[in-house]
Design a protein around this ligand. Structure first.
Ligand code: IMP
Ligand code: MG
Length: 179
């Protein structure tokens, strides 16, 4: 049943159904299958939030492709570098590879904005972003998004991999904060 859910202290209303999500992912995959034929792209999924999206997207990829999963951890850099992001689990040489970053949501854009320069150090052949959700009104750091399933308003969402304080990732649908 697809009704209002409670996660911790907050109530969430149905927003994107399983069918709507899966249909959009199918469209995105079809586009990638065409544009990356013969390029053997490497999907780089950013954990934890993207695990469901990455799995469903990858199931719809029919061309030769690889997938790997990384976690971004932030630590305090020098005064000039500020907050630095490091990729845990990045064990594939990206040199000359066509990389497709798979991420659950771009909110401010800070996470990817600070991580992308590190990827480019390895001189990949290309880097594209495949994003499930984008909140354009919240985005402060400019990013070129190549593939995006849904542009959504600046409201908190849970489900389909996205959590509210650890819970809600298991929902098949996406819910929006009520009010
Ligand atoms: P950014 O660096 O501001 O783009 O933040 C991206 C990260 O914030 C995502 O990978 C999510 O983990 C988290 N996030 C942003 N908005 C939401 C939301 O509405 N629901 C759940 N997590 C969110
Ligand atoms: Mg995330």
């Amino acid at each position: 049943m697809y009704t209002t859910v409670q996660v911790h202290d907050k109530h969430f209303i149905p927003y994107l159904s399983e069918a709507v999500i899966q249909e959009k992912i199918g469209e995105l995959a079809a586009q990638i299958n065409t544009e990356y034929a013969g390029k053997r792209p490497l999907f780089l999924a950013i954990l934890n939030g993207s695990f469901m999206f990455a799995a469903d997207l990858f199931k719809q990829i029919t061309i030769d492709a690889e997938i790997s999963f990384i976690k971004l951890a932030s630590y305090k850099g020098t005064k000039s570098t500020g907050q630095v992001l490091t990729a845990i689990g990045l064990d594939i040489d990206l040199h000359n590879r066509h990389v497709i970053i798979v991420e659950d949501i771009i909110d401010t854009g800070k996470t990817l904005h600070s991580f992308l320069p590190q990827l480019h150090h390895q001189q990949p052949a290309s880097v594209a972003l495949a994003i499930l959700l984008h909140k354009p009104e919240a985005t402060e750091y400019p990013l070129h998004i190549d593939y995006c399933c849904f542009s959504i308003p600046n409201k908190f969402v849970v489900g389909y991999g996205l959590d509210y304080d650890g819970l809600g990732r298991n929902f098949k649908e996406i819910y929006q904060l009520q009010g």
